[in-house]
Design a protein around this ligand. Sequence first.
Ligand SMILES: C[S@@+](CC[C@H](N)C(=O)[O-])C[C@H]1O[C@@H](n2cnc3c(N)ncnc32)[C@H](O)[C@@H]1O
Length: 283
Amino acid sequence: METKDDLQCCVTTCGLPLNANYWDKQYQSQETGWDLQGVSPPLQTYIDGLTDKNIRILIPGCGNAYEAEYLIEQGFKNVTVIDIASTLVDTLKAKFQGKNIRILHGDFFEHQETYDLILEQTFFCALNPSLRERYAVKCFELLQDGGKVAGLLFNIVFEKPGPPYGGTKEEYVKLFHPIFDLQQFDTCVNSVKPRAGNELFIEMSKKTISSPHVKLYAISGITCSGCKKTIEENLMHIEGVEMVSINTDFSELMIVTHKPIALARLQQAIAHESKYQLNEFKN
Ligand SMILES: C[S@@+](CC[C@H](N)C(=O)[O-])C[C@H]1O[C@@H](n2cnc3c(N)ncnc32)[C@H](O)[C@@H]1O
């Protein structure tokens, strides 16, 4: 049973899994150091440049949803926010009562719908880095062809364990460019002061690739970066494979192909050791 100490222990240092419970406790204990108390200036500038107020916009891991508030004030008619923390979502429902916004309580990775724009603001960095391939594929799946992801990514490797988890421009480009055309991917010029110089403003549009050609698989048996490299190389040798990326805990594999490739063919390419298993990904 959970004790009062458990509830207070939370938060960023204790190594709890980053699940709904973790995030809910952050809001309950008001440990929300990421919260800017207002719309993020780079996103405000980006929103000011959008002309079509009817586009379908999603803000995943929206937190206090200042960007959504700004969008509504500017007359955007199709704004959806989703967050996994129920305490927060209750607050949002009260705050936005009667406003033209859809507020969803749920897991971004389970959400199914089609959008024109996904706004990113300290959601990617809040996820365990092992979920980055899943994030890229999910954004791809949620967008219509040409739909965009725009927002901010930390371009710094933090010394302290996350969240937030940082990263580098190089690794993000490697992850996203096979499935997105990158329009902006440079150091942000109008970050809030504490983040100045350490974040990228990104704008990227979904490439026209048929959905079955961008896939996530569950993989097992990899125990070190050496075998990870071998598996990636073996799969890259299959005709039609354009990109393979195995996540940081060696449990998921993202693959981009320009023609359909049967699971059995992928399995065959890594069958030199029976410990390697590749299967359909189930959320
Ligand atoms: C660091 S906070 C950022 C909040 C907000 N974007 C901001 O900048 O103030 C990360 C948010 O993502 C939410 N979150 C974490 N994992 C999630 C998931 N799988 N699906 C939806 N929301 C999630 C958390 O509840 C939290 O509100």
